[in-house]
Design a binder for this molecule. Structure first.
Ligand SMILES: O=C[C@H](O)COP(=O)(O)O
Length: 256
């Protein structure tokens, strides 16, 4: 059985003090058995959050990284630097990185490979734009992103990846995909993994939905058989609202 993941992505929000204040209020409420809870914060808040999260079940993640070990890459942070801070997760290929920072599928692949070889769990994002959806290209686009992101990984390594299907038009728009539409694409992503690797890898890999997930709609996504949790932006910024998402996943895990 796949353990659900509820991952918050704060994006470029929260100073170190704000992050710690949030964590103090979230820690107790966000501790739930049977759910992998992750908070992906800005780089500068990571050391303080890792320290605060010690002894808890809450994992801390970065939102990006460079694939190289070190070098003359002004402004970048490498995988060993995340290891040194004790961060276990990293978001890779978020659509905001692809759109605003020209991140290509090739870069996403290098980052994913590098994360895996540094024992970091990559949360790899894929998803179509509104234009691509309207041109009926969702499956083609998502398939290409998944295949390219995972290229060169062994079957064992692929099962360590967490994929997140985030339709670009649903991110921060308040307009989520319907749970049935998200399930259809995520089932297709799982089939893509089965075609590229094998059915066991496809059965084991966790695939999340992201895009305007809130306490009011999380249940509809979690009840889908192929959706293993959520990558959450806006609704993760408030400790109470994020805790409600974690509780919803814990409750469902308990029922299953
Ligand atoms: O990484 C999270 C996604 O971009 C979703 O953001 P959102 O929940 O604000 O739509």
């Amino acid at each position: 059985m796949r353990t659900p993941v509820i991952a918050g992505n704060w994006k470029m929000y929260k100073t170190v003090n704000e992050a710690l204040e949030y964590f103090t209020s979230f820690r107790e409420k966000g501790e739930a058995e049977g759910v992998e809870t992750v908070l992906c914060a800005p780089f500068v808040a990571l050391p303080a959050l890792v320290e605060a999260a010690k002894g808890s079940r809450i994992g801390i993640g970065a939102q990006n990284m460079h694939w190289e070990e070190e070098g003359a890459f002004t402004g970048e942070v490498g995988p060993s630097m995340l290891n040194a801070v004790g961060v276990p997760y990293v978001v890779i290929g978020h659509s905001e990185r692809r759109t605003y920072f020209a991140e290509t599928d090739e870069a996403v692949n290098k980052k994913t490979q590098s994360a895996i070889s540094h024992d970091l769990v990559p949360i790899v994002c894929v998803g179509e734009t509104l234009e691509e959806k309207e041109a009926d290209r969702t499956q083609e686009v998502v398939r290409e992103q998944v295949v390219k992101a995972l290229a060169g990984l062994s079957s064992d390594e692929v099962t360590q990846v967490v994929l997140a299907y985030e339709p670009v038009w649903a991110i921060g728009s308040g307009k989520s995909a319907t749970a049935e539409d998200a399930e259809e694409v995520i089932r297709f992503v799982r089939k893509t993994v089965a075609d590229q690797y094998d059915q066991q890898v496809a059965n084991d890999i966790r695939i999340l939905y992201g895009g305007s997930v809130k306490p009011g709609n999380i249940d509809s996504f979690l009840e889908q058989p192929d959706i293993d949790g959520a990558l959450v932006g806006g609704a993760s910024l408030d400790a109470d609202s994020f805790a409600r998402l974690v509780e919803a996943a814990a409750k469902r895990g308990g029922e299953g």
